[in-house]
Design a protein around this ligand. Structure first.
Ligand code: UDP
Ligand code: MN
Length: 240
């Protein structure tokens, strides 16, 4: 009886859904999906996994956070934890661990494009706070912070807002050592009006008490198309 209880505790598999924010990165997606399939077969062969590519339509600026809220809403009944995963980051062999964590966990800690070093900008240790790229969340933690903000349109700062939401709710945050190869792309203009607006928004919001008041609770989106790319890989187009 006692033995079977512990056996269940240690062998029960949490189901993972990888959620990919996506628009117009065909070449990256064509490389990402087969690479990830192979990676999981080799390094996590028994982990129940589904991959959801969440594509945004073209009318508006890209909104990574809101897309991930839509993805979570779509996937949550089929998984116990989620991984927000940029399409241009490939885990390096033997260095990335996607197994269940009861805490929000940053996996993208060592990036080839940062020379696997601690990047510093104006004395700011980016890696200490960096909360983008590849992050795991148990479903209940993600619900507790009311998801991402829906209000970051264009590049940047939604990940810092997510980090701040966790701190605000007193959630313990974890980092695992993970090494990633980043696929090349044209870099977003970090001085564009939308990127600047997002930075200002994030700095302002991080000081207020009701940072978590919008997110999953007021999310609106429409599913416009769904297809299965291969077994357990879904491509879902949403209007947000
Ligand atoms: N993304 C996308 N199309 C876009 C912008 C972003 O598919 O036009 C997705 C993609 O998964 C990408 C992630 O959002 O990896 C983060 O955006 P980006 O790569 O531009 O950010 P950065 O590399 O500057 O952090
Ligand atoms: Mn990128």
């Amino acid at each position: 009886m006692v033995i079977s209880f512990f056996k269940k505790l240690f062998t029960s598999q949490h189901r993972l859904a990888i959620l990919i924010p996506y628009r117009d990165r065909e070449a990256h997606l064509a490389e990402f999906v087969p690479y990830m399939k192979g990676f999981f077969q080799k390094h996590h062969p028994n982990l129940p996994l589904q991959i959801y590519v969440i594509e945004q339509t073209h009318e508006k600026l890209f909104n990574r956070g809101k897309l991930m809220n839509a993805g979570f809403t779509i996937a949550k009944n089929n998984c116990d934890y989620i991984c927000f995963h940029d399409v241009d980051m490939l885990p390096e062999e033997g260095h990335c661990n996607y197994s269940y964590s009861p805490y929000p966990t940053q996996l993208a800690t060592y990036l080839d494009r940062w020379d696997y070093q601690v990047p510093r900008a104006d004395g700011w240790d980016v890696r200490k706070f960096y909360w983008g790229g590849v992050t795991l969340f148990p479903n209940d933690c993600y619900e507790l912070i009311n998801g991402f903000s829906n209000d970051y349109w264009g590049w940047g700062s939604e990940d810092m807002d997510l980090h701040q939401r966790c701190l605000h709710q007193g959630i313990f945050l974890k980092r695992r050592n993970g090494r990633y190869t980043c696929l090349d792309h044209k870099r977003a203009d970090k001085q564009s009006p939308s990127a600047v607006k997002n930075r200002i928004r994030q700095k302002t919001i991080s000081n207020i008490d009701n940072i978590c008041e919008e997110g999953l609770n007021n999310l609106e989106f429409k599913v416009l198309g769904e297809k299965t790319l291969e077994t357990d890989v879904f491509f879902i187009t949403v209007e947000i």
